[in-house]
Design a protein around this ligand. Structure first.
Ligand code: MN3
Length: 205
């Protein structure tokens, strides 16, 4: 199989599989990163390979039939690549500071109100999906929302700052069916410095 220069790669995980314990077990992290994320990357590259072939053959029907695989696996790759970086061991946690905190206060009332809102939305996702904090560049404001399946937040016109994966594969081995306990616990391991850096880039870029 030939590889285009644009082939996507599984990014390095910035910590050990056990680094997020006890909030997320090493077993979940290993499966989530090494099986699930890897599969999105493999399937994205395979779909793009077929897409390029279809393009050279001017086979637009085949190109259209590949779009859902590209959306799903491409979204999965984008979302998980963000997810690993906005998590960190609890010792690096805390809460946001500076301009991000100020904008949270303005747009949600307080940091706690923001947390509660994103928790409620994430727990309430029907089926598989993500809860997100995003930046609305046109209106220069923060928004919280959800995406179904692996749809990337950019499909709602927002710049992703912080995503919570609420697919069962993200928590079931540890939290069973109680998604709410997983979402409440994940706040202990949010890497606010990384979220602040994403916010700084979003408001400037
Ligand atoms: Mn996942």
């Amino acid at each position: 199989m030939t590889h285009h220069e644009t082939s996507y790669q599984l990014p390095d995980l910035p910590y050990d599989f056990g680094a997020l314990e006890p909030v997320i077990s090493a077993e979940i992290m290993k499966l989530h990163y090494d099986k699930h994320h890897r599969a999105y990357v493999t399937n994205l590259n395979a779909a793009l390979e077929k897409y390029h072939d279809a393009e050279t053959k001017n086979d637009v029907a085949q190109m259209i039939s590949l779009q859902s695989a590209i959306r799903f696996n491409g979204g999965g790759h984008i979302n998980h690549s963000i997810f690993w970086t906005i998590l960190a061991p609890a010792s690096q946690g805390g809460m946001p500071k500076g301009d991000l905190l100020k904008m949270m206060d303005r747009d949600f009332g307080s940091f706690d109100a923001f947390k509660e809102k994103l928790t409620t939305l994430s727990v309430g996702v029907q089926g598989s999906g993500w809860g997100w904090l995003g930046y609305n560049k046109g209106q220069k404001r923060l928004e919280v929302t959800t995406c179904a399946n692996q749809d990337p937040l950019s499909s709602q016109g927002l710049i992703p700052l912080l995503g919570i994966d609420v697919w069962e594969h993200a928590y079931y081995l540890q939290y069973k069916n109680v998604r709410a306990d997983y979402v409440k616990a994940i706040w202990q391991i949010i890497h606010w410095k990384a979220v602040e850096e994403r916010f700084s880039k979003a408001i400037l870029g």
